[in-house]
Design a protein around this ligand. Structure first.
Ligand SMILES: [Zn+2]
Length: 387
């Protein structure tokens, strides 16, 4: 048993100055420190020193970091990345795939399946963020909004293939306007627990609304690789912003989306805003030229672009995304944290065990300083990162 005391607890609806948290692999109790110390006299006491005690962050859209990409299929890479993102406050995540031939993705998916099992088995041996499954971003997308995906490998939505990986695919990004797209959404959301997210699509407002009616309740990186908001053609963005029940991802790096737009989205989406990184392999590495799905990407500061100038993923850290929302909107810190913890956990239906500091949930806990830089990361009670 461990007790973290003298922290400012970030709860879903407020920050609590006078509560401590006792945990094993689960959160056992949240109460005043004196009470917990009496109840668990043998517990290891961790003094947070007045820093924030936050729920661990959940990244449902992250391709890679530290020189690795999920789709490189490098043995051991998922564990390496899981350890790196723990330093960015991430305690669970979906290693995200890109547009590749289905046979190639089979190799990636079998590695993700293995990584998921290993990370579940022993948090201490794994030593990083838990792998909850994958976000399959492509190849069931629209060539007119492919972004930095490789057009050669785009293929028709394939429900049979997707169902084979029902145990690991948590989210599949799909363009509802391509042939078979709408039927795919209907079938997958009817027959499986997989979330269908609309994205990489040239669909208009009506088509996106129809996709929501057919079962999709998630939007892949709002504004990017989809039709924007025009007053005579409200596009995917108009559909997402007017559908309060639909979870909506946003890459809050201030480059993919101007910070002046953050408040509008926060006001429209509220507790359905989901902060993601969409991080690629250069995350955590210096500026330079990198490879992304067989294409060259040039990284300068927070910008990642292809030779053509097309934006290609980010080098965003999820705790930085929280800071960016906190500093560019009227949202207090706890709301920005919610958008990177409980909202993403709910979006993939794992909020029974992930996403907030609540008794009974997994002990995925951060200690973060006044700027929300990460000091310690605990995954299911095991310390996996120390600054
Ligand atoms: Zn992506």
């Amino acid at each position: 048993m461990k007790i973290i005391k003298n922290g400012r607890l970030i709860l879903p609806d407020r920050i609590e100055e006078n509560l401590a948290i006792a945990f094993s692999h689960r959160i056992e109790a949240i109460a005043p420190a004196s009470e917990l110390e009496k109840k668990y006299p043998d517990a290891e006491i961790i003094d947070a020193g007045g820093n924030y005690v936050s729920p661990g962050l959940v990244d449902v859209h992250c391709h890679g970091c530290g020189g690795d990409d999920t789709c490189d299929n490098t043995p051991g890479a998922i564990q390496k990345m899981s350890r790196m993102v723990a330093g960015f406050g991430v305690t669970s995540w979906l290693p995200t795939t890109m547009t590749y031939p289905l046979d190639y993705l089979r190799v990636t998916f079998s590695q993700i399946r293995e990584a998921k099992a290993e990370s579940e088995k022993d948090a201490s041996a794994w030593g990083g963020a838990q792998v909850l499954g994958t976000h399959m971003e492509g190849p069931f997308i629209d060539v007119t909004k492919m972004g930095a995906q490789n057009p050669e490998y785009i293929s028709k939505p394939n429900a049979a293939f997707t169902k084979e990986y029902e145990d690991i695919i948590r989210i599949v990004t799909v363009a509802p306007n391509v042939p078979g797209g709408m039927e795919f959404i209907e079938e997958i959301t009817r027959d499986t627990g997989i979330v269908c997210s609309v994205g990489h699509t040239g669909a208009n407002y009506d088509c996106i609304k129809e996709a929501f009616a057919k079962g999709s309740d998630h939007v892949t990186h709002l504004f990017n690789a989809q039709n924007g908001l025009h007053h005579r053609d409200p596009g995917a963005v108009g559909a997402a912003l007017t559908s309060p029940e639909v979870y909506t991802e946003m890459i809050c790096d201030t480059f993919h989306i101007h910070p002046g737009v953050f408040q509008l989205v926060c006001d429209c989406k509220g507790d359905h805003l989901v902060l993601i990184t969409d991080c690629m392999k250069a995350g955590g590495l210096p500026d330079g030229k990198y490879d992304l799905g067989g294409q060259d990407v040039y990284v300068t500061g927070i910008k990642c672009v292809l030779e053509s100038g097309t934006i290609a993923g980010s080098v965003l850290r999820l705790n930085k995304a929280v800071q960016n929302v906190w500093h560019n909107t009227n949202w207090p810190l706890y709301k920005a944290v919610f958008a990177a913890s409980l909202a993403p956990a709910r979006s993939i239906r794992l909020d029974d065990c992930k996403g907030s500091l609540e008794e009974g949930k997994d002990a995925d806990i951060l200690i973060a300083d006044a700027d929300f830089e990460i000091i310690n990361t605990f995954v299911r009670g095991e310390k996996v990162y120390e600054r």
